[in-house]
Write a protein that binds this ligand. Structure first.
Ligand code: MN
Length: 499
């Protein structure tokens, strides 16, 4: 998985040269203190690097160009401690190709009521300095995040942390390569999409391979490598009897290990961090990759089944966003319902659910796959941990990408599921299944999602803002009438704003 600690956010205080050296020195000291303080909490996985106080258009233009070029810089946080006439920011902001957050804060929490004078007023004037900067952001139509409040307060840190993590995922997406083995599952609509537009809009590139290319690489795996990986399986999971040493299905376990080794090698050699496959196209592979896909996801790879490269990219983005946080991320599918009170979703897939969401040690099992006509695949089986989660999807509406995110609460299954041979999560969607499913369907949300127990809707909203794509949330406050109106208004907005 990516090491986010090497990445940087540039903390840029703005001012002008009217204030004199002493005031600018104070601005610099304060900015350094704030940048340092914001770097410390574990929620912020990157370095926040203070930059010199900006007092001229040339300096700003140079800094923005440098930020755009710098491979470690994932974004810029701007703060106008004093007034900084914003026309001098236009040239720089025009060239900035990194995410921008505008932190609207103030060095002091409270006013020194008894001693406040005009010197204090002139130094601590972000209340209007940041409004000037905000105007230019609005006038230029910049995608950006505005965070207002005292910099030591939790709500500021929480918003900044969400944005920082979205910026890290955005940075990753700009060089992400997704490998597709085979095409989409035949005739499926929602997993289709414009890969060129995705590259323009989201950064990642999608490359297609015949599954035979993968089968060739699997064929080159040595017996000794298989021995070692099978030993790792034996150690790591509750291995079902037929898969154990001398069990009747031990050869199938070795085959699964061989597929994992070949797939891993193929992805590493090609520099891929996400991939798709499809059960309809497995020529040369003995079984649908199950445990292989599950374990690769657990290592940080994005995945989408049935050729779903959009979900593969989204799973990868959410894996990067949640580095170091509690809770896993998985490819997921709304599979079947319990229409009791309250109504629940049982989420799963044919095999490919990531063990990062497991509540306990998974069991390694082999069962028939009722479709596809291949040998029985080996898979990890488990229940997901209970607690809050989000389900996110990305669809292509033809003139834009739309992200839909639903807040859910994962709950234990009502009863044990002794005959269900796949990993699963049971959840209560917010505000309730009926409303959430109705809204999701009106929005054209896909059956495939990226499911995550580490992130909130805010992380994804920030990511969508960076990409300039449509964002819809379904949560406790969702009312269908409002939601449907939003869909109509958004159609008009995206029609008018099309480039
Ligand atoms: Mn599916």
């Amino acid at each position: 998985m990516r090491d986010l600690s090497q990445l940087e956010l540039w903390f840029v205080p703005g001012s002008q040269d009217l204030y004199g050296e002493k005031a600018l020195l104070m601005v610099r000291e304060h900015a350094e203190e704030i940048a340092h303080a914001l770097s410390q909490p574990p929620e912020i996985p990157v370095k926040i690097v203070p930059k010199p106080v900006m007092t001229s258009a040339d300096a700003i233009t140079n800094l923005c160009a440098e930020a755009t070029r710098d491979g470690r810089c994932i974004g810029m946080i701007a703060w106008m401690h004093t007034f900084s006439p914003a026309r001098m920011w236009i040239a720089g902001l025009n060239t900035l190709r990194k995410p921008l957050a505008h932190l609207h804060t103030q060095y002091n929490r409270n006013l020194p009521w008894a001693s406040i004078d005009m010197n204090f007023m002139n130094l601590n004037q972000s209340a209007h300095g940041d409004r000037e900067f905000g105007f230019v952001g609005a006038r230029m139509g910049l995608n950006r995040k505005v965070i207002a409040g005292f910099w030591r307060d939790d709500h500021v840190l929480k918003q900044l942390a969400a944005w920082v993590r979205a910026a890290a995922a955005w940075h990753d997406a700009q060089s992400l390569k997704i490998a597709r083995f085979g095409d989409n599952m035949r005739s499926v609509a929602v997993t289709e999409g414009d890969k060129v537009e995705a590259q323009v809009r989201l950064g990642y590139s999608v490359a297609s391979y015949g599954v035979g290319d993968l089968a060739d690489r699997v064929g080159q795996i040595a017996e000794q490598e298989i021995d070692e990986l099978v030993a790792e399986y034996d150690e790591g999971y509750e291995v079902a009897a037929p898969l154990r040493r001398n069990g009747a299905s031990r050869p199938a376990l070795r085959e699964a290990a061989k597929i994992e080794l070949g797939l891993t090698a193929f992805l590493k050699e090609g520099g891929f961090e996400a991939f798709t496959d499809t059960f309809e196209d497995l020529h040369g592979l003995a079984q649908l990759p199950g445990v292989a896909v599950q374990r690769l996801m657990a290592k940080g790879y994005g995945f989408g089944a049935e050729g779903d490269w959009k979900t593969a990219g989204l799973v990868r983005a959410m894996k990067v966003m949640s580095v170091g946080l509690q809770g896993g991320t998985s490819f997921m599918e709304d599979y079947t319902y319990d229409f009791g009170q309250p109504s629940k979703v049982l989420g799963a897939h044919m095999l490919e659910v990531c063990p990062s969401i497991a509540e306990s040690r998974p069991s390694l099992e082999i069962h028939p796959l009722s479709i596809g006509g291949k040998a029985d695949p080996v898979r990890l089986v488990f229940n997901a941990r209970s607690g809050p989660a989000v389900n996110a999807c990305l669809v292509d509406l033809g003139n834009r990408f739309r992200m839909v995110v639903n807040e859910v609460d994962v709950v234990p299954p009502d009863e044990p599921l002794p005959t269900l041979p796949v990993a699963r999560a049971v959840w209560l969607p917010k505000p309730d299944l009926q409303t959430a499913a109705t809204a999701w369907i009106y929005a054209g949300g896909s059956h495939h999602t990226s499911f995550c127990q580490a992130l909130t809707v805010d992380h994804l909203a920030d990511f969508a803002e960076m990409a300039g794509i449509e964002f819809l949330r379904i949560d406790d406050r969702t009312r269908l009438e409002d939601f449907r109106n939003k869909l109509r208004w958004n159609d008009v907005y995206y029609f008018l704003s099309a480039r």
